[in-house]
Design a protein around this ligand. Structure first.
Ligand code: SF4
Length: 95
């Protein structure tokens, strides 16, 4: 499989990677990811006590879980990686 590649300013190869998954089993839902991403890729979604996503106006909200709302907006800026690179999955974009 070929992947999208580019060049850095110095001319060396650069392979951009884009966020595609958040492991909900290890995510702390601290919301820092949503705060640092200025491209509206990430969003906090309310969940009930059973771990099911529910509407924002539902009165049974137990916690908020980090989700990828707009993956097409990811620009591989790596700002979220600087916070915690343990649970998101970043993959190169196929060419
Ligand atoms: S790499 Fe940048 S644009 Fe993509 S999700 Fe992380 S902070 Fe947002």
């Amino acid at each position: 499989m070929s992947v999208l590649t580019g060049l850095t300013k110095s001319g060396s190869a650069w392979k951009p990677k884009f966020m595609t998954n958040i492991d909900q089993d290890v995510c702390l839902n601290c919301s820092r990811f949503a705060q640092i991403c200025d491209r509206d890729v990430l969003n906090l979604q309310p969940m009930n006590k059973f771990g099911e996503f529910i509407d924002e106006d539902d009165d049974k909200i137990k916690l908020q879980a980090m989700t990828i709302a707009n993956p097409e907006n990811c620009a591989d800026c790596q700002a979220c990686v600087s916070i915690w690179d343990k649970f998101p999955t970043y993959v190169p974009l196929p060419a």
